[in-house]
Design a protein around this ligand. Sequence first.
Ligand code: PLP
Length: 394
Amino acid sequence: MSQQVIPYGKQYITETDIQAVVETLQSDYLTQGPKIKEFEDAFAQYVGSKYAVAVANGTAALHLNCLALNIKEGDKVITTPITFAASANCIRYCGGEVVFADIDPETYLLDINKVRELLEASSKGTYKGIIPVDFAGRAVDLEAFRKLADEFDLWIIEDSCHSPGGYFTDSKGQKQNCGNGEFADLAIFSFHPVKHIAAGEGGMITTNDVDLYKKLLKLRTHGITKDESSYENSIEFAGGESDYPAWYMEMQELGYNYRLTDFQAALGLSQLKRADEGLERRRDIAKKYFNAFEGKDFIKDQSGVVEGHAYHLYVIEVEDRLGLYNHLRTNKIFAQIHYIPTHLMPYYRQFGWKVGDRPIAETYYRHCISLPMFPTLTDEEQQFVIDKITEYYK
Ligand SMILES: *Cc1c(COP(=O)(O)O)cnc(C)c1O
């Protein structure tokens, strides 16, 4: 069966999505029109945050967050090595120093105990913030991270690119959605085609902090504002008499053009309406993988079925990973590896990072493989994947 390639992730575009984009293309707005605010409001409601800011992509979202939090040359920020490079790169955009802490071997998430060890080994004020990542879709326990961050006066940026719709349960038994702003200062999402919600490119920042929200709106468009109440120059200078003239605006900070287009927002909005459906399908796929591999001795570990997990990825750890990867590829199953530890990328090695520095992440990297996981994966395709894996280890 299956002559078609089965990738590890894939977008799902419906006729309704296409209609939404076409309608926007026929409207008066191509970039940042009414669909942006509509998408922001719907997204904020979906994750349960007060504010949301739509931007060009997830990396731009991370960069703007680092600017809004005022990261400067030499500031130290902690993140995980098992993530997409952008989670760390945003710190470098602002001249900060990236400090990678090791992962927890069970959850694959940034290990809070390792973070504490780093913080306690330096004088207070050495570190400025933490960027935990809801890796694979598994929600970080941000309540615990908030406590730690408060002890050391740190901010938190939650990289939720893998986890729209994910949640963890806090100490009071409450579900806390990824990106809801309850514990993290800022959170970010991506609308790249492999993510849950596809908009071509696109990103979202969520927060409950009104000051950060206003700052982000400005930074998204060149640092320019048209909010009269914040103007610094006088009405007289602006060329008005008793009011600021309609043409007037101020560039108050050094911002960027990180806007999202209106037709991308329309696509994101249309996809968001189906997000829960997709999430449910992802959880079903996870359950089927888990049951198929439970107790099999070739599986070193698999993340299992975890409550609140958004299953952007389904990762297993196996012996002879290269052999399995090649066997799957021969059968047109394009599994993927997430991730090559960021601290060992040549760019980061120049700062002194070397093999052996983060042993748990490095061991994980030698065994991990992400299996096909996307809502339109059919039962037959998934069974084919399972059969080919089982066959390899026979
Ligand atoms: C995809 C991703 C990003 C970057 O998002 P883009 O929209 O591709 O810029 C950042 N962090 C993580 C964890 C991601 O998966």
